[in-house]
Design a protein around this ligand. Structure first.
Ligand code: NAP
Length: 260
């Protein structure tokens, strides 16, 4: 049975989507929650967690800014106590263009939020975890870290970079009671994904052997397990959660003929 009773979790980008589902799931398992986000909707997420009887707060923070992250972590620890669990979830996927047309500003923006952001948070939080001898860090990467994503070179590169960061955090901190792992979601039914044009959505679902998109809470439950004592020996790995979409789905011949 997973319990996060007495733990303090900091989750970035938890105003909605996977982050919000994670905040709810970890709170349900007993953790108090700090949400760092640039979206004011996070206030509603905080209300939801407080209604479960847990402590929660929202600090408006741009994860790409080293100074804002330092100030936010200090404010969260002053209110809730030392951070035991860090979930680097905030990410942007808005820079869609062929490489030849991608602007340097858009590239830098994605790098700032998706890769420098987790670095800023880890640098601010991991040393304290090490002093206390226990910590859990989960970085939300993407299936795009391994397979790329057409016209999203910036996004895919930052998500691959996050795997390198994950491995190095493990090498530096594994002996201090800290685990650091990455999760690679496939297509998950968040607000953004559900708002995709029907044709693109259907095409995405056709690539998933499980036959549907994942639910944010399914990703949250995997994160919760990695944050628990049960997962103390899982370290430095990346875990796909994609309904089998990374598999080779080519069928040589008709499925009907092959069954006979
Ligand atoms: P989402 O719904 O877009 O939510 C992300 C949250 O992060 C939003 O509240 C967003 O605020 C916030 N944010 C953006 N930039 C920020 C910054 N600089 N500092 C702090 N917060 C910031 O995301 P999601 O779809 O749940 O995805 C969560 C994570 O999973 C991301 O890292 C994403 O790359 C990854 N992922 C998602 C999928 C999927 O299918 N959904 C698949 C693979 C990987 P705004 O609303 O103001 O932008």
């Amino acid at each position: 049975m997973i319990s996060l009773e007495g733990k303090v979790a900091l989750i970035t980008g938890a105003s909605r989507g996977i982050g919000r589902a994670t905040a709810n799931c970890l709170a349900h398992l007993g953790a108090d929650i700090a949400i760092l986000d640039i979206d004011e909707q996070a206030a509603a997420a905080v209300d939801e967690i407080r209604a479960m009887g847990r402590k929660a707060l929202f600090i408006h923070t741009d994860v790409a800014s080293h100074q804002s992250v330092r100030a936010a972590v200090a404010a969260a620890e002053a209110e809730l106590g030392p951070i035991d669990i860090l979930v680097n979830n905030a990410g942007i996927v808005k820079n869609i263009a062929p490489i030849a047309k991608m602007t340097p500003e858009a590239w830098q923006k994605e790098l700032g939020v998706n890769l420098t952001g987790p670095f800023n948070l880890i640098q601010a939080i991991a040393p304290g975890m090490a002093e206390r001898g226990w910590g859990r860090i989960v970085n939300i990467s993407s299936a795009a870290a391994k397979g790329g994503l057409f016209n999203q070179a910036g996004y895919a590169a930052t998500k691959s970079g996050l795997l390198g960061l994950t491995q190095n955090v493990t090498l530096e901190y594994a002996g201090k009671g800290i685990t650091c792992n990455a999760i690679l979601p496939g297509v998950i039914g968040t607000e953004n994904v559900m708002a995709m044009p029907g044709e693109i959505f259907d095409q995405a679902v056709r690539m998933v052997p499980t036959g549907r998109v994942g639910e944010p809470k399914e990703v949250a439950q995997l994160i919760a397990f990695l944050c628990s004592d049960l997962a103390g020996y899982i370290n430095g790995v990346d875990i796909l959660i994609d309904g089998g979409a990374a598999l080779n789905t080519v069928v040589l011949g008709s499925r009907k003929a092959l069954r006979n």
